[in-house]
Design a protein around this ligand. Structure first.
Ligand SMILES: NC(=O)c1ccc[n+]([C@@H]2O[C@H](COP(=O)([O-])OP(=O)(O)OC[C@H]3O[C@@H](n4cnc5c(N)ncnc54)[C@H](OP(=O)(O)O)[C@@H]3O)[C@@H](O)[C@H]2O)c1
Length: 283
């Protein structure tokens, strides 16, 4: 039987555990430390944080405190929206590593392709950030580099100057929000899709259709959604600060959704709404 320790393989042969533990909106300090410790105890081996979440230091503390060797835990962080371009990216990475207090990072992502600060020059700003990330990757400070919230036109622009094709694109993927064009584009280029907000940041719990499926399979709504995410070939990143939910969200390997039900969930428009347009975000 598969487990949280199973992996996908990125195009540079780095292995990445198939479920990541989300930490957006998890308060820094005790809550972040305890929830990451609970996740690792429950078997998660992949933690997703970001400079913008303000909790990198707590993630680092939990990773060092839990007793599992560092190499067995996969850690992702992300470049904040105010630190694009080459020099700022280099500084932001140093800051992230100082906060995490770790010697290397497993995955570093450009968080958003077109933040407000760089709207008049986002292509050049991303090209500079990517050059910095390629350098850090080649210097073995990061094991894999990627992007987040990038749509095909953002990736096309990045690839004009990139030496290395991103290994990951982390985008919003949940029932009814399947971003088909971006997904096909990434699959054609062997870019792994990570599914953020796999529970629609909590919105999915109000869906009567998913509730019905949960009853049919004798599983929770969260487990149905996360299993759906895995069966679609995504890497889901569920977030919780609640110990029993953290455990529940990792128990996904003793059942399978029918293909019909996978399809039904894919087209459940309105279940979780639609993600933000990265070209018009106000941050
Ligand atoms: N790259 C990006 O731009 C981006 C954007 C958004 C998210 N992300 C990443 O993706 C992760 C997940 O996305 P998300 O934080 O939007 O939310 P999510 O994982 O879709 O949903 C989290 C919400 O669902 C609740 N929940 C979790 N498991 C549950 C369960 N089994 N039963 C009932 N309620 C449950 C949580 O409550 P409690 O915590 O109170 O238990 C929380 O309110 C983030 O934490 C972050 O790491 C990335």
């Amino acid at each position: 039987m598969k487990s949280l320790k199973d992996t996908y393989t990125l195009h540079n042969d780095v292995r990445i555990p198939i479920v990541g533990f989300g930490t957006w909106q998890t308060p820094d300090g005790e809550v972040a430390i305890e929830s990451v410790l609970a996740a690792i105890a429950a078997g998660y081996r992949h933690i997703d944080t970001a400079a913008g979440y303000g909790n990198e230091a707590s993630v680092g503390i939990a990773v060092k405190k839990n007793g599992i060797p560092r190499e067995e835990i996969f850690i992702t962080s992300k470049l904040q929206n105010t630190a694009h371009e080459y020099e700022a990216t280099m500084e932001a990475f140093e800051d992230t590593m100082a906060k995490l207090d770790l010697s290397y990072l497993d995955l570093y992502l450009i968080h958003w392709p077109n933040p407000l600060k760089y709207r008049d020059r986002w292509k050049e700003a991303n090209a500079g950030s990517w050059r910095a990330m390629e350098k850090l990757y080649k210097a073995d400070k990061i094991r894999a580099i990627g992007i987040s919230n990038f749509r095909p036109h953002h990736i096309d622009a990045l690839l004009e100057t990139a030496e290395i094709v991103p290994m990951v694109n982390q985008i919003r993927l949940c029932p009814g929000d399947t971003q088909d064009e971006t997904v096909s584009y990434c699959r054609e280029r062997n870019i792994l899709l990570e599914a953020y907000s796999p529970l629609g940041t909590g919105l999915i719990f109000d869906s009567p259709e998913v509730k019905e499926l949960a009853e049919k399979y004798g599983k929770s709504i969260a487990q149905i959604c996360l299993r759906w995410s895995l069966q679609r070939g995504y890497l889901p990143l569920p977030k919780s600060v609640t110990p029993n939910r953290i455990v529940e969200n990792g128990e996904l390997f003793d059942f399978e959704l029918s293909l019909d039900d996978v399809e039904k969930l894919a087209v459940l428009v309105n279940a979780c709404g639609i993600g933000k347009d990265p070209d018009t975000i106000q941050f």
